[in-house]
Design a protein around this ligand. Structure first.
Ligand code: GLN
Length: 193
């Protein structure tokens, strides 16, 4: 099984390491043509406006939308979550507009820039160590979206069929269980459209 990590900006090497720990092959994706050889795609954290601009520049918007429309699982973490959302608070244009969620960028901003916590995530057997860095929050979800975890009653992990998002960075610890969960989504192709 081959999982790509969009390598335009952000935490690419760490995601590849976590995918490999979880038992699949991880590849850095720099060109849209590479998607045809992948079983799933991770969109990493970084800065969503920059990632969105680079995605437009290199033709990734249509390519990733087509990849997801074929039923291939896509996992967005932090800025990756923001670029997958159908709605970004504050009137910003959405990027991929794949998932029926509304997000608020830098939602922890003023209180705490970055922090770590243990989260209970639906579908995982052990609490997950989650690293939040200028993280977004999911402020509303559509009917098809399953909330997998919350932090202080705010939604921080969610799934819609073959689409998965987390507000935090699951690739910055040695715990690869959320990557393993994503690999299971690929294996079962649940929610394929
Ligand atoms: N704050 C960033 C944004 O709005 C996301 C931060 C991250 O990916 N760690 O794009």
């Amino acid at each position: 099984m081959k999982v790509g990590v969009l390598a335009l900006q952000g935490a690419v090497a760490e995601h590849i390491r976590s995918i490999e720990r979880a038992g699949a092959e991880g590849v850095a994706v720099k060109l849209p043509e590479q998607l045809s050889e992948l079983d799933g795609l991770i969109i990493p954290g970084g800065e969503s406006t920059t990632i969105g601009k680079l995605m437009r520049k290199y033709g990734f918007i249509e390519a990733i939308r087509a990849f997801a429309a074929q039923g291939h699982p896509v996992f967005g973490t932090c800025a990756g979550l923001i670029v997958m959302a159908k709605e970004i608070e504050g009137g910003e244009e959405p990027h991929l507009a794949l998932m029926d969620i509304q997000v608020s960028r830098n939602a922890f901003g003023r209180q705490r820039e970055s922090f770590e916590t243990d989260l209970d995530v639906k579908g995982l057997t052990q609490p997950l160590r989650a690293v939040f860095i200028r993280a977004p929050l999911i402020t509303a979800v559509g009917d098809q979206v399953d909330v997998l975890s919350t932090y202080k009653e705010e939604i921080v992990t969610a799934r819609q069929g073959h689409l998965l998002v987390s507000s935090f960075h699951p690739e910055l610890t040695d715990d690869c269980s959320l990557h393993a969960y994503f690999l299971e989504m690929i294996k079962s192709k649940a929610g394929a459209v």
